[in-house]
Design a protein around this ligand. Sequence first.
Ligand code: BES
Ligand code: ZN
Length: 634
Amino acid sequence: MKEVKTKRRRIIGSIATALTAASLVFAPVSSSILAETGSYADINEGHSHYEAIMAFTEAGVVKGYEDGTFRQWEQMSRQHVAVMMYEAFDLETPENLEGTLAVYNDVDTDHRYANQIAAVTEAGYFKGNEGLFRPDDSITRQQVASVILLARDLEGYDSSDKQEINLDDVDDSHKERVQILADLGITNQYEDYRPRESISRGAFSTLLYSLDQKVDELGSQYRLFDSKVIKDINVDDMYDNIAFLSEEPREAGTDGEKKAVEYIESELKDLGYDTEVQPFPIYDYESEVSIEADGSMLDEEPNAFSGSVSEKVTAPLENVGKASPEEIGDVEGKIALIERGDLTFVEKVQNVLDEGAVGVIMYNNSDEGNSFGQVQREQDIPAAAITREAGLDLVEQLNEGEVTVTLDVNIEQIEKTSYNVIASLKPDEDVDTGQLVTIGAHHDSVPGGPGANDDASGVSAVLELARIFTMYPIDTEVRFITFGSEELGLVGSSYYVDSLPQSEIDRMVSHFQMDMIGAREAGEDHPAGGLIMYTIDGEKNLVTDFSAASANRTLNEIVPYGQLGRSDHQPFHDAGVPAALFIHSPVEPSYHQPTDTIDKISKEKLQQVAEIVGASAYQIVRPETPAIEDKDVG
Ligand code: BES
Ligand code: ZN
């Protein structure tokens, strides 16, 4: 499992988290004065910009002058804005410094702040004018509006609460941005923003700081990152991936699964991930069973119970009904003939074993064939399933007198290999909350089923979110996983969870499982296409809370939660990780059928679920939101 570094810059995040020590900002600092007094010589708590200046100082974004002063009333120059943005947003110096600075005639690579000016230029915050950066010029208040909004990706912020502000004097290129500052309540100078005036070092600090606080405060209603994550979803790509994956069945342990695994892995690799393909063994049985009753062979070919022993026994047959303890008569040394139903296979087998039976023949309680049954590990007895018809024949024979049966079970276990595919996106170390969010789906299908909706649809969303999340800053690890052998009983996800050390499990704060998220015919006309979030215990949790909120923000829909297992969220829940299954209910008629094909897939449904899960998972892992304090508190 390896990481992909997010390519984008870090945002200030919580200012209180100390950033790496800043390089010289504004002027060489006499850190001793600052250290002694804990403040600047010329500022005290009463000053209006005190809070912002001290927060930025603590974060290493600004330092004062050599003499221990901050000089908050001094005008902010353009180069100092560049330096402060560079530190605050942890910008990277462009590799091609000279090329980046070539647009300016007044700044070259020897300039004291060459790195910072190049960085803000490459980030698109500054363009210069007529080939000049004018490093020593003061910056105007309207320019500040643009620069800080750009830096916080808020330039497109669309408020529902528009403020009246006089924009007459504002240049066209800055009008929208100044309006946004007003809408956000970052400025209250509505009468006149004084767009062409310069700004002091103190006032600039406060503006940037208020904006940062605003971003935190907007919290769950903050649409910016939602809208970005959502805008980026490419539902056509998702659809194409489903089309490819559903060309043939992906039954666990077959070439179909292998092909899907290779495809998923290569898609993730193309996105820049180092992937881990985790193999695990699965067991299949090949069996040959024959039953001879009073010298004549049964017409049909019975099936061995899974886990049955290989053994040939000849003994009298005894009808024990449904094998409840009350029904079982004398079965000592005999083969028990059992009707399916009421009790579990394992219970029935145990009941007759307890009475000394030496073999089990179970007939169906419906006309649905003879493929069923299992015994548990220590139940060492040959056991086979027959049809209802064959079973009732035997019952009839027994009614006429004793029947001696030879039950011959030959069973061979075949080990096959199935796989999980895992890709991890890691935050930069200095912002890492240490927590971990997993987003999963299962890539295997049932035998003979193309599994377009079950669950190539979920896989397509995992891949799409894996693509989108590389583009945004995160402070929490995100693992994208597709599981094998879900259809065999959650085998891949159980293996995955079991393979983790407890320390990893402790880091896990949420698991999102998407299984069957695109069937047009599912969900009837329920809101949000019938989407339901299922938890194992039926209680809401972190995942359902975040997702209910994101569904509300992005779709304006209420997505209910309910209680259901049946998918890979189960082992995560069992390990104590808040987890939910995203699925449409009621399910489509093509569920587990050969007709679960690409033509049944609705792009609209895919888009919706990817939006809801993407927006809520990103809400957890984006740097502006605090780490999860208690994962058990929904
Ligand atoms: N996607 C289904 C689960 C499902 C289907 C949930 C319909 C709700 C409605 C999953 O792939 C599946 O078929 N699971 C098995 C159980 C599993 C433990 C073998 C099932 O539900 O039979
Ligand atoms: Zn499924």
